[in-house]
Design a binder for this molecule. Structure first.
Ligand code: UT7
Length: 337
């Protein structure tokens, strides 16, 4: 590649992995005071996947990454940056899960670090990968969103335990000279005013690990669900409208709207605001629940494996999560089936 031509970052491949164990709404009915009817009506979720006790977030990530690497048609030696978006890392707080993943994949001597942006982590990671590639610093970034959310869920708290699942998704973000393959735009924002809407209070410097922390259940996810829901709909509707307008793209030009899979009602509200047709909206929330940073790459992988995602298809991604963070992205798929 000549150095004087502009370089663009493109999504060259996608892969994903969901652990085999299924946790259904019927299973949850036996664990907490809830019902299949309530869960389906309020969230659209029917089941989610749960990793075994001896499976770490990095193990889920490795499975997804292997598919992404082979589908990109590159050797692992060509990867020069490994990014893992996760809020359920193998270890709090070091080493980074990206380092563990690199080791398990046999990728040596590359820069590797984690991104902590909760459910927005994959799109945040996409913006970081893009910056490294378009600056000419890296050529093939392995970008992963992986979560073992079951490790921070309180299975006696009906307001959260019905929502989350485990899984991983991965993509290769590569350098290209073909502008048509490149990422069009990414918006990524945060507002710490709402930090307490979605948090795991411990362990951390505020509440280091202690018996008291465990007794109080501070290691589990806490969420102000309804407040988060309202803000998510308002923010995402505004954000996707802005990114389309800024880039002069009409909603009907989007081949696949791939939203973060937190709640069917949030996805529907944003889809309706853009007047999207049903076939444009990618839904996996019914079978995987909310897998946080993994949800968008898992959803992209779903349509790839169904043969619905073609080279050049335009995708609109949007996401909202703890921080609070949110992000949207416009990009063509630059992989081959
Ligand atoms: O991924 C990061 C971003 N996350 C999100 O965007 C999640 C956003 N939030 C949501 O998806 C929704 O707020 C929930 C699905 C979590 C909750 O739905 P909601 O319609 O906002 O319900 P609510 O929290 O206002 O609760 C309504 C009622 C309450 O009972 P009362 O006070 O009205 O008697 C809850 O106690 O539903 C009750 N409830 C349940 N009932 C049966 C809460 N959880 C359950 C449950 N089963 N699992």
């Amino acid at each position: 590649m000549s150095t004087n031509k502009p370089i663009y970052a493109c999504m060259r491949s996608i892969g994903a992995y969901a652990p085999p164990k299924v946790l259904t709404n019927a299973d949850l009915e036996k664990m907490v005071d809830t019902s299949d009817e309530w869960i389906v009506k309020r969230t659209g979720i029917r089941e989610r996947r749960i990793a075994d006790a001896d499976t770490a977030t990095s193990d889920l990530a490795v499975e997804a990454a292997r598919d992404a690497i082979s589908r990109a048609g590159i050797e692992k030696e060509e990867i020069d940056l490994v990014l893992c978006a996760t809020v359920t890392p193998d270890y709090f707080n070091m080493p980074a899960t990206a380092c563990v993943i690199s080791h398990k994949l046999g990728i040596k001597n590359v820069q590797a670090f984690d991104i902590s942006a909760a459910c927005s982590g994959f799109v945040y990671g996409l913006s970081i990968a893009r910056a490294f590639v378009e600056a000419g610093i890296k050529r093939n970034v392995l970008l992963i969103g992986a979560e073992k959310f079951s490790s921070i869920v309180d299975y006696t708290d009906r307001s959260t335990c019905i929502l989350f699942g485990d899984g991983a998704g991965a993509a290769i973000i590569s350098a290209t000279e073909d502008r048509d393959e490149g990422i069009v735009d990414i918006h990524a924002s945060a507002d710490g005013t709402y930090a307490d809407f979605l948090m795991t209070p411990a362990p951390g410097s505020v509440h280091p690990a202690s018996c008291e922390v465990i007794e109080q259940g501070l290691q589990y996810i806490k969420m102000k669900g309804n407040e988060t829901f309202k803000l998510a709909v308002k923010t995402l509707t505004r954000d996707v409208r802005e990114i389309l307008l800024k880039n002069g793209i009409e909603a009907d030009a989007i081949d696949h709207f791939v939203p973060h899979q937190a709640n069917y009602r949030i996805i529907k509200a944003v889809g309706d605001a853009l007047k999207l047709k049903e076939e444009q909206i990618i839904l996996t929330v019914h079978k995987y629940g909310n897998t946080s940073a993994a949800s968008i790459p898992m959803a992209i992988n779903e349509i790839y494996e169904e043969g619905r995602l073609r080279y050049g298809d335009l995708m609109l991604l949007d996401t909202f999560g703890g921080g609070l963070t949110w992000a949207s992205a416009l990009l063509p798929f630059a992989g081959r089936n």
